[in-house]
Ligand binder design. Structure first.
Ligand code: DP6
Length: 345
């Protein structure tokens, strides 16, 4: 018997992946960049066990047994086993490839609420499988086949997912571009406006956008390409104000192409827009105080929850502002509320 337990954190994209050039292999239409958060607050935990005594494969997600027939999990398993069999040919003794597998996975945050749960989940699954079968080399291209954004959670810090050019997707991989402390003392606040499962999942939403949005053509051919270049430069130069502006612009553009989708994919709510407005007002204040290095930025994935990147020096101030603008409901204790909205990179 062999067993491995791993944890993997969520990642938050600052240049968004939205739209595929190949649905089966999960190949994106554009490069993206994300920040992988620390393991402490929002992560997936997976235990993978293989044993000659197991009589069938089994899978539990958040304590509930689920079918392993999910094609994305199957694609990851197939690719892992293919790589493991290559290694076996190179000399491994045990015939572990014929043993059945038990997978037990759990998130410590809401699943499918636009909080990047699939990214952490698949990154964790693939990493654990890689450990069990002793696979070396890049795992991001396997995690990508579980969920596109998962390939970025294989690495820590700032990570770039290269869309790649090849049809077989072998060059569509993630690579770390800067360590977690690249912008020192950075904090992340996740404002959970709604933790329910989203109406249109990312996979369906991006497919509809690619099929119907003209604005998407502009994004893919022009704006996201030049924004990507500017973002790489901002990161290289440690230019925090530019990083903030580019992050917010890309989130806004992703939600604009969602709105331009027919029928529209609407993820942001009035609360989301109110949080974005608050951030812009706060930044205007920082600009007027000639304190632009303490600007804050927001980004929204396929859900209403704002993710704020906040310099550590102003995190208390920003939390106080949020508490004032969006008081906790009467059923929430302040401790619960803060736990609900704060995470650290
Ligand atoms: C808005 O990775 O969940 O979070 O590849 O179909 O599983 P699939 O989609 P997924 O999409 C994430 C979209 C996003 C932006 C991002 O993380 O880059």
């Amino acid at each position: 018997m062999k067993t491995v337990t791993c944890t993997a954190p969520v990642n938050i994209a600052v240049i968004k992946y939205w739209g595929k050039r190949d649905e089966k292999l999960i190949l994106p239409l554009n490069d993206s960049i994300s920040f992988t958060l620390s393991q402490d607050d929002m992560c997936a935990k997976t235990t993978v066990t293989i044993s000659p005594k197991f009589t069938e494969d089994k899978f539990w997600l958040n304590g509930k047994e689920e079918s392993l027939e999910n094609p994305r999990i199957q694609n990851c398993l197939k690719e892992i086993r293919r790589r493991a069999s290559k290694r076996k040919l190179e000399g491994s003794a045990e015939d572990i490839l014929n043993w059945h597998i038990h997978i037990c996975s759990a998130n410590n945050f809401p699943t499918a609420a636009g909080l990047a749960s699939s990214a952490a989940g698949y990154a964790c699954l693939v990493y654990a499988l890689g450990q069990v079968y002793g696979i070396e080399g890049d795992l991001s291209s396997i995690a990508r086949q579980g969920s596109g954004s998962a390939c970025r959670s294989i690495y820590g810090g700032l990570v770039r997912w290269h869309k790649g050019e090849l049809e077989d997707g072998t060059d569509s991989i993630a690579r770390p571009i800067a360590p977690a402390d690249h912008f020192p003392n950075l904090r992340v606040i996740i404002c959970v406006a709604n933790s329910e499962r989203k109406k249109t999942g990312s996979t369906d939403g991006m497919r509809q956008t690619v099929q119907t949005s003209k604005l998407m053509q502009h994004r893919i051919k022009e704006s996201v390409v030049s924004r990507m270049e500017s973002m790489i430069k901002a990161i290289k130069d440690k230019n925090w104000p530019a990083f903030c502006d580019l992050t917010m612009a890309d989130s806004n553009e992703m939600h604009a192409v969602c709105q331009d989708t027919f029928p529209p994919c609407v993820y942001m709510t009035d609360t989301s827009h109110a949080v974005a407005n608050l951030v812009h007002q706060y930044n205007d204040l920082k600009i007027s105080q000639r304190d632009i290095n303490h600007k804050v930025c927001y980004t929204f994935d396929a859900g209403p929850n704002a993710c704020l990147f906040v310099p550590g020096a102003v995190v208390e101030e920003v939390l106080a502002l949020l508490l004032f603008a969006f008081p906790p409901s009467s059923s929430q204790s302040p401790a619960e509320y803060v736990r609900g909205i704060q995470a650290h990179p």
